[in-house]
Design a protein around this ligand. Sequence first.
Ligand code: GDD
Length: 315
Amino acid sequence: MKALVTGISGFVGSHMAEYLLSNNIEVLGTIRQRSRMDHIQHILNDIHLVECELRDPFSVETLIDRERPDLIFHLAAQSFVPTSWNSPTDTIYNNVAGQINIFESVRRFQLDCKIQIACSSEEYGHVEQDEVPIRETNPLRPLSPYAVSKTAQEYLGYQYFKSYGLNVVQTRTFNHTGPRRGENFVTSNFSKQIAEIEAGKKPPVIYVGNLLAKRDFTDVRDVVRAYWLALEKGEPGETYNIASNKCYTIGEVLQLLLTLSKVQIEIQQDPARMRPSDVEILLGDYSKFNAKTGWKPEIPFHKTMEDLLNYWRAR
Ligand code: GDD
């Protein structure tokens, strides 16, 4: 069994590769010229890397025709919400065109493979107070270009399933974190700042954005297990929430991280970290996915935060 992981050198991609290797699956991954290799350095001898520009149809066709994977985990994306306001066109083009190129190649070469696409709880966007916990049937009211790009990716998955019978399973994943999370994302950003303060590399002040937003966090190691199960047991054409069914305000996340540290730290709001619009609450109901696959999150949030803080302390 051969699995292709797009974005293998990224945060989720590297964990996905580790999970697949531990299940004796042959792992193939796409990288770009400028990809950083530090997340996959330790498994370089066990995986096969191919340079591929997903925006380029020729590059994707060559890869799919030559490698003919049985499973595709499509994780590569521009995934940082604030970047999508600065580069909306690029975010939408990158996330949508890359996926179309994969679908068209699979269709053209008539591959009988299963494809998981990493969609997002950001698609729910504006959520009314009486609409939580969020089920897959909730309305989609995206509030950022990133969220629109993920909504488009998801509808394309459904459309290619209906039009051409491609075996696409859509996962709408709520926030996820853990070791190797990119430093722009809130849990990693706060952890990195704390680790630098502890090491005396910066004054004891932590800069923050909107602390009132509520998010539902799952450990990345639980998420990649979910992606595997999505292809093993999920229904093609269906969408599944991957979530923990618990949510915290970002202020609570900050307090948890501060209690994991012994140093005294002052909190300061940085206006540059505020967004033109922010999703107020994401709290996910994962019962549809649980009923289909038996999946539930196993790693408690405080353990994820400890591991993340220790990751930054060791860097
Ligand atoms: N990044 C960041 N930095 N966010 C901050 C900060 C800060 O200093 N302070 C407060 N926040 C708030 C943001 O305004 C947002 O409400 C929340 O923390 C989470 O921000 P991010 O970690 O950047 O993640 P996100 O919720 O925008 O998006 C993540 O989750 C999606 C799933 O819901 C990303 O991982 C997306 O790729 C993913 O699809």
